[in-house]
Design a protein around this ligand. Structure first.
Ligand code: DAH
Length: 353
């Protein structure tokens, strides 16, 4: 076989190997075997010096022609394989854009805050202002200035958490400590009477605390809204008209109100207000224990003693006050049977409101 024939058959073999290469790595192996340092074609190029003079031109041309053919084929095969490999990678890494995304859970305003805003709005609409009192309160504001001196029986209904430690052993001792978590927003009445100029028309939403175990109708921490009016010539008629209007604005025009005589130490006379049951419309059902009425709030004319203790002349001024539990009001409005449901944070429950 002549060198020319050898070169030709080498070229044919290499071109066949190139088209048989299945991936870039196999192709690279073929390239090294032919054109690498000790490659088959490289050996012919190195040996050109040994080729007899008269054959040199012809062999040189054949070697170059073989090299060009191999390089072109390598280049084309490389492009093709790279494209195939890229296509395969895209196909295997594919993201299914038709899968539904994971949506962000966005919270909603809690029913309690919604009720507070709604009730506050009703009173702001009547010309009342928003007032705030401290949650950590002294015995004086929470009880004493509200006509409930130490040992007053009404205190036992509102046992609370005492804050100031006077015992020295880490436990607060009731009776010896006078800093506590307020049991009612009524103490804010005293702050308002001391701090605001007359007349006073205020609404006070806020948290209150009691040493109660949570059950369907009690919570150790809940919210109240307190109202206080002090002006000249305020009568029980103003109290009734205001609360009847507010109840209808909050619970709906078809709900009726009923005033029952009651006792609170800081009001005289005092009353409790019931609102007609929203479940049975007043007929009597399980929600209202057959009475047709649900107890909503406490109220009354501010006791002259209370006005006087806060430096207001009861001969010139009179006033009324009221206080209601927000959680309770929310349950009455939406017919929720258990106060604890408001605290569970179950979005399926909360999203209904
Ligand atoms: N503070 C009372 C309570 O927590 C509710 C209350 C009753 C507030 C009569 C008032 C009122 O302002 O006049 O039970």
């Amino acid at each position: 076989m002549t060198i020319i024939e050898e070169l030709d058959s080498l070229k044919q073999r290499v071109l066949a190997d190139i088209s048989a290469a299945e991936d870039s790595a196999a192709l690279e192996d073929v390239r090294i075997a032919v054109l690498g340092k000790s490659g088959t074609l490289t050996a012919y190029l190195r040996n050109m010096g040994n080729v007899p003079k008269e054959e040199k031109a012809q062999v040189g041309r054949a070697v170059n022609e073989a090299r060009t053919a191999v390089e072109t084929a390598l280049e084309e095969a490389k492009k093709l394989l790279q494209q195939q490999e890229l296509d395969a990678a895209i196909a295997s890494d594919a993201v299914d854009i038709t899968l539904p995304g994971r949506s962000q859970q966005i919270g909603t305003r809690h029913l309690i805050n919604g009720m507070i805003d709604e009730m506050t709005d009703v009173f702001l609409g009547l010309g009342y202002s928003l007032f705030e009192g401290p949650e950590v309160e002294t015995d004086y504001y929470n009880f004493e200035a509200l006509n409930a001196p130490p040992d007053h029986p009404s205190r036992s209904m509102q046992d609370t958490f005492y804050v100031k430690d006077l015992s020295g052993d880490g436990s607060a001792v009731k009776g010896e400590s006078d800093v506590l978590l307020r049991t009612q927003t009524s103490g804010a009445q005293v702050h308002a009477m001391e701090d605001c100029s007359l007349p006073i028309y205020i609404i006070v939403p806020g948290k209150v605390y009691r040493r109660d175990v949570a059950d369907p109708s009690h919570l150790p921490q809940f919210h109240q809204i307190e109202g206080l009016v002090v002006d000249k010539g305020i009568t029980f008629g103003d109290l009734k008209g205001t609360l009847d209007y507010a109840c209808k604005a909050i619970f709906g025009p078809d709900r009726r109100t009923r005033f029952r005589a009651h006792y609170f130490p800081f009001t005289e006379p005092s009353a409790e207000v019931d609102v007609s049951c929203g479940v049975c419309g007043g007929e009597g059902c399980r929600m209202c224990k057959g009475t047709g009425w649900l107890e909503l709030l406490g109220c009354g004319m501010v006791d002259p003693n209370v006005l006087e203790m806060s430096g207001i002349d009861p001969e010139v001024y009179s006033g009324f006050a009221f206080g209601l539990g927000v959680e309770r009001a929310a349950c009455l409005k939406y017919n929720v049977p258990d106060l604890r449901m408001l605290l569970e944070g179950d979005m399926r429950f909360l999203r209904q409101f």
